[in-house]
Write a protein that binds this ligand. Structure first.
Ligand SMILES: Nc1ncnc2c1ncn2[C@@H]1O[C@H](COP(=O)(O)OP(=O)(O)OP(=O)(O)O)[C@@H](O)[C@H]1O
Ligand SMILES: [Mg+2]
Length: 589
């Protein structure tokens, strides 16, 4: 009994989960729900009318006097002014045909409405998921497994399908109830026996298959993540795969993962479809048995014909309904791991409210940036501080050099001053104002030339004027920035010049060219503060000197510069040089 109750409650759990997921949609259209319920009832009404007309039609056909003395027939006869039994059959047939057409049309309308609702749901939920990624904190985003996150968009179609199927289940449950009631009127015994037999059959199968289907669903959900991981590693690490003869290894990895995924999907497809043929066979045999039992008594059979007619139609309507309820539920069992995954992703810590909030006021770097007792740790509990008690004053217009061993925390320092990371302790003040919570405004003042520059699949112009609509790009500034970053010749030698595409499917550029592009991007932005993180690490000595010369000729009135390098010789033109060592900052010059 306990087992049964557990099974029952876990059955309900999925629908609760789906409800909770959809409650994330703030403006779930009320109009959709009202139309949904209205069409639901209308359709159920036509479904029963269909069965009713058929029953009476067959009765009237077999027994022309059947209608006499029946009050509901009298209304029908009076309404259509029917005088003979052949007229009655004609009118009943017409009503039957019309009801068939209307019931069919309403079914189509209903399915159309379902697809609309699913579209609305899928659109909203996937957008919530993407926003959750896009508006995430810098530090949190990288702490998540990106393969997990990417698999969300493989799981969305499964959840959309599950919503569709669930709505269809509601529709079918209502229809089932209506048809059940009318069948009870026609023949209580047969109806009860048949429905009980069907229902137990399906419940029994659900009990047997459920765990297997859930396990397969979980396997598919896991393998989707593994698949993304394998494909990304193949692209990102192709050089290493080639050089180290790793192709076979990756091929096996992919084969194993994908075959598990497909097997899970296909096994479930079989488990969804298996009960129907068994039931069909069972039903047809039953009709055969009833006929053979009664075959000696022809008049008995004659009486049974209307009932047979209704059984055929009902089984044509009821069996698909029961089957859909079964398949729908099993489909949802299969979708549970995927839905749980997305629900937990959405439910996770709230979006950084600062990212959404429009902060009023401004931060403009005019005098200085002050680090006051700043400590930073990547761990939430503050353990393992990468930077400890940093105190530093950066005057506007100055050039500051930062040096330190690899892994000492130079890039972390850069991210702190850019506002990408927030101090665990202490404050960063810009002209006396803390940037904490106002990062979005602070970003307008700063540009960073990172160690690995990010390039989008757009034109060179759009990659330099990053985030600016191509129509609004200031080409004078663009060309000037490219020239200063010593990349203008390379660009102007291309056929399409600034409109040449780079990145995937476009021009491939060297690491040094990438760095120069990053510098051009920082210069185009005309930010007050530019942080260069190893800006010349990919360049030869001559180019390195050229770029450094360019950097140091930037106007002191316009730019405050922070240069990070592991080579102190690169920093000799800086006003001050600081060294990061064992989490502390020491002044070297
Ligand atoms: N996202 C992160 N989560 C946790 N730890 C991190 C993260 N990024 C960096 N670290 C750790 O912080 C330390 C400092 O890293 P950082 O990138 O700032 O060093 P760096 O001085 O710039 O090194 P390099 O000269 O090699 O670029 C390293 O020990 C690194 O392991
Ligand atoms: Mg670094």
């Amino acid at each position: 009994m306990n087992q049964f109750l557990n099974n029952f409650s876990s059955t309900i759990d999925y629908y609760k989960l789906l409800y909770k997921l959809s409650s994330n949609i703030s403006n779930l259209k009320l109009s959709y729900i009202i139309v949904f319920i209205f069409i639901l009832i209308l359709s159920a009404f036509f479904e029963i009318s269909l069965l009713g007309f058929l029953y009476f039609l067959l009765k009237a056909l077999l027994d022309p006097n059947y209608y006499q003395g029946k009050y509901y027939f009298k209304i029908f006869l009076d309404f259509f002014d029917i005088k003979s039994s052949s007229e009655l059959i004609l009118y009943l047939s017409i009503c039957f045909i019309l009801t068939c057409i209307v019931a069919g049309a309403i079914r189509i309308l209903f399915i159309y409405l379902l697809t609309k609702i699913v579209y609305f749901f899928g659109n909203k939920i996937s957008n919530i998921c993407y926003q959750k990624i896009l508006y995430e904190d810098y530090i949190n985003l990288y702490s998540k497994n990106s393969n997990d996150t990417l698999s969300i968009f493989q799981k969305m179609p499964i959840i959309n399908n599950s919503v569709y199927v669930t709505l269809l289940m509601i529709y079918n449950l209502v229809n089932f109830t209506f048809i059940f009631v009318i069948l009870l009127f026609i023949d209580i015994q047969i109806t009860l026996y048949a429905i009980l037999a069907f229902t137990f059959f399906y419940l029994f199968i659900i009990l047997i298959f459920k765990n297997r289907i859930y396990t397969n669903g979980s396997i598919v959900s896991e393998e989707q993540v593994t698949n993304i991981k394998i494909l990304r590693e193949t692209f990102n690490g192709f050089r290493d795969i080639l050089i180290n003869n790793y192709r076979k290894f990756y091929n096996n990895l992919f084969k194993k993962s994908y075959s598990r995924l497909i097997r899970g999907n296909e096994e479930n497809r079989f488990l969804f479809a298996a009960p129907r043929p068994i039931l069909d066979t069972f039903l047809l045999s039953t009709v055969g048995i009833i006929i053979s039992i009664n075959f000696e008594n022809y008049s008995n059979l004659e009486k049974l014909i209307p009932i047979f007619g209704v059984i055929v139609v009902a089984s044509q309507r009821i069996l698909p309904i029961l089957n859909q309820l079964y398949q729908g539920h099993m489909n949802n069992v299969d979708a549970t791991p995927h839905t749980n995954f997305i629900y937990n992703f959405i439910k996770g810590p709230n979006l950084n409210s600062n990212n959404n909030k429009k902060f009023k006021g401004s931060i403009k770097l005019k005098k200085q940036i002050l680090f006051r007792n700043v400590s930073f740790s990547y761990n939430e509990d503050g353990q393992n501080e990468i930077l400890k008690d940093i105190n530093l004053n950066i005057k506007c217009g100055s050039r500051i050099g930062i040096i330190g061993k690899s892994g000492s925390g130079k890039s972390t320092f850069a991210d702190l001053i850019l506002g990408l990371l927030s101090p665990s302790k202490g404050k960063i003040l810009v002209d006396g104002k803390s940037i904490l919570g106002k990062e979005n405004i602070w970003y307008k003042n700063v540009a960073g030339v990172p160690q690995n520059i990010f390039i989008t699949q757009q034109s060179i112009a759009e990659n330099i004027a990053f985030g600016v609509n191509i129509k609004k790009i200031n080409f004078k500034n663009l060309k000037n920035s490219a020239k200063k970053a010593e990349i203008s010749k390379f660009i102007e030698d291309r056929k399409d010049k600034y409109f040449s595409l780079i990145g995937e499917k476009g021009l491939k550029i060297s690491a040094g060219q990438r760095q120069r592009l990053a510098i051009a991007r920082a210069l185009y932005k005309k930010s007050k503060l530019i942080v260069f993180d190893e800006p010349t690490s990919s360049l030869d000595v001559k180019s390195e000197n050229n770029i450094l010369n360019t950097i140091f000729t930037l106007s002191r009135q316009k730019y405050t510069l922070i240069l990070i390098s592991h080579k102190i010789s690169n920093l000799k033109k800086c006003d001050h040089i600081y060294k990061i060592d064992k989490s502390r900052l020491y002044k070297v010059k």
